[in-house]
Ligand binder design. Structure first.
Ligand code: ZN
Length: 119
């Protein structure tokens, strides 16, 4: 009887060790929480949101009160007012969602010729 109890205890310990090392090696499998979020840069006095586009982003990712994705097209927009000019420059590169009117700034990683390398 004592021999059998010893055997059970030993194998149980080995299994626990294995389980622990697997968990430690992969603490976070893919979770939806790690999705990149669109950075909110500013909110204009009239309530218009100004966000920064994600790489290769072509559609708006704003959500309405019910959590439904806007998915409107982002189009280059030139008709911004003085508020936007003052904040982002006279010739700022601005995109606007044609659906919810949220403004988007270009992603810096997407525009290699913005002058950072020009002397
Ligand atoms: Zn939108």
């Amino acid at each position: 009887m004592p021999a059998r109890a010893c055997h059970v205890r030993k194998s149980g310990l080995i299994t626990d060790d294995k389980m622990e090392s697997i968990v430690m090696a992969n603490p976070h499998p893919t979770t939806p929480d790690t999705m990149p979020a669109t950075e909110l840069v500013d909110t204009l006095p009239d309530g218009t949101k100004v966000k920064r586009r994600l790489l290769r982003m072509r559609a708006c990712n704003e959500k309405d009160a019910k959590g439904k994705l806007c998915a409107g097209h982002l189009k280059r927009w030139y008709f911004f007012g003085d508020e936007v000019k003052r904040k982002f420059g006279e010739n700022a590169e601005i995109y606007r969602c044609e659906h919810c009117k949220t403004l988007y700034l270009p992603n810096p990683d997407e525009a290699p010729r913005t002058g950072t390398l020009a002397y």
